[in-house]
Each structure stands twice: as structure tokens, then as C-alpha cells.
Design a binder for this molecule. Structure first.
Ligand SMILES: [Zn+2]
Ligand SMILES: [Zn+2]
Length: 223
């Protein structure tokens, strides 16, 4: 079983968490509808771009790591279709008959980025925010709710939760001195940026501070 000693859902009481990794996949397909009336050869050319999510399901285990992925599931998330028609009569008559379309080309393009990880309660299905104890290794996972060992400032949030955690003052504070070093700016300038709101001011740190994610975003801003 995957029952967890450190987690108990405040909503349903379950202590089992499902972990789902979702990667994006795009497939471009071109197919041809032949002309049957003799007007031309190809009645229509269809280009489709099919978006899908490849989901791998696993469980969070008591060592705060994700257990081996058990199942993989592919879910279509969108489909763009464009038809270029050369023979209107045949198209009108036959476009709906899928068996008449002949696939001419198929190209699969996997997403370059890392798969998105979500964690949800197996009992009630609600998504639960989480972060990692180690930023680089994406080490042990801690839950932002109903986890008895969760301490906000010590945990690095999954990237999709950074803004929410900043709003709550949960990100580890970064002093103006440390930010100045990263940004290669004088400390007074960094203090100014925080006061002007160009670097978000930490909401719960006792001293004037910002956070590492804000500094990183500031460094990457378009000039
Ligand atoms: Zn035709
Ligand atoms: Zn629950």
C-alpha cells in the first residue's frame, strides 16, 4: 500500500497521494482525399495538429519520493484542422467518410520541457500543492497542506506554485545584500527596486527582503 505517515487529507481523511507526470506531445498529420469525379486527382488536403498529454501515474511513497510509474495514458487535448479543397463536389460528398482519407505524412514532436508533475488526493481528487527539500535534485517532496513536516521557507515550490507561495509569504526570503550580489548592483539600488515594487517585497520576512525567483526573473527581464 501507499499509505503515508506524514499526510492526512483535511478534506476526506485519505492518506494516499497520486502523482501524475504529464508531458506534452504534438503530432502533425497530413492526409489526402482523392477526387473520384475526374475533375482532378486530389479533392482535398487536410493538415491537422493534434495536441496530447502523455500521463504517467504513480504514487507518492512514505520516503517522499514518487513510486515507479505504473500506467501511461495518452489524452488528446486539442486538434486544429485545416482543409485545402481542390474539388468542391467530391469534398462535399466524401469529406465525412473518414476511410477515404489517406494519411500522407505524420510527424511526432515531443515537448522539450520537463513533464509537469501534479499531486492529488486519491480519496477526494483535489490537487495538493507541493515543493521539494532540495532545489536541484528535486529531492524529497513536501505537501503544502496536511503535511505535518511542511515548513514553507525551507521548501522550494514546484514552479507552477511560485506566484501563489509568494502571495502567502512562503518563499525563502532573500536579503537585499544577497540580491545585490546576484544582480551585481549596489545594495541601495536593490532596496530602491524593492521599495518601487520592481522586485516584489517579501510578505512575511521581518526584514526588507525579496526572493530568489524574483531576482532570477529580474535578471531575465527583456531590456
Ligand atoms: Zn472530384
Ligand atoms: Zn482528500
Amino acid at each position: 500500500m501507499n499509505e503515508l505517515s506524514f499526510f492526512k487529507c483535511g478534506n476526506c481523511g485519505s492518506n494516499v497521494l497520486r502523482a501524475t507526470k504529464s508531458a506534452k506531445l504534438k503530432t502533425a498529420v497530413e492526409s489526402v482525399l482523392p477526387c473520384k469525379c475526374g475533375e482532378t486527382v486530389v479533392a482535398a488536403l487536410r493538415s491537422e495538429l493534434i495536441s496530447a498529454a502523455v500521463k504517467q501515474h504513480g504514487w507518492l511513497r512514505d520516503n517522499r519520493a514518487i513510486g515507479p510509474d505504473r500506467r501511461e495514458e495518452i489524452v488528446e487535448t486539442g486538434r486544429d484542422k485545416k482543409d485545402k479543397v481542390s474539388c468542391g463536389d467530391c469534398y462535399k460528398k466524401n469529406a465525412g467518410k473518414l476511410h477515404l482519407w489517406k494519411e500522407a505524412r505524420r510527424a511526432v514532436q515531443a515537448d522539450q520541457g520537463e513533464p509537469d508533475l501534479t499531486i492529488s488526493c486519491e480519496g477526494c481528487g483535489r490537487q495538493i500543492e507541493f515543493g521539494f527539500a532540495h532545489r536541484k535534485s528535486k529531492g524529497p517532496i513536501f505537501l503544502a497542506e496536511d503535511d505535518k513536516d511542511f515548513q514553507p521557507w525551507r521548501i522550494y515550490p514546484d514552479p507552477k506554485y511560485v506566484d501563489k507561495w509568494r502571495e502567502r509569504g512562503w518563499l525563502r526570503p532573500m536579503s537585499p545584500e544577497e540580491a545585490a550580489e546576484r544582480l551585481k548592483l549596489p545594495v541601495e539600488r536593490v532596496v530602491g527596486l524593492i521599495n518601487e515594487g520592481k522586485l516584489p517585497r517579501h510578505k512575511s520576512a521581518p526584514q526588507l527582503s525579496t526572493d530568489r525567483y524574483a531576482v532570477k526573473a529580474y535578471l531575465a527581464r527583456p531590456l
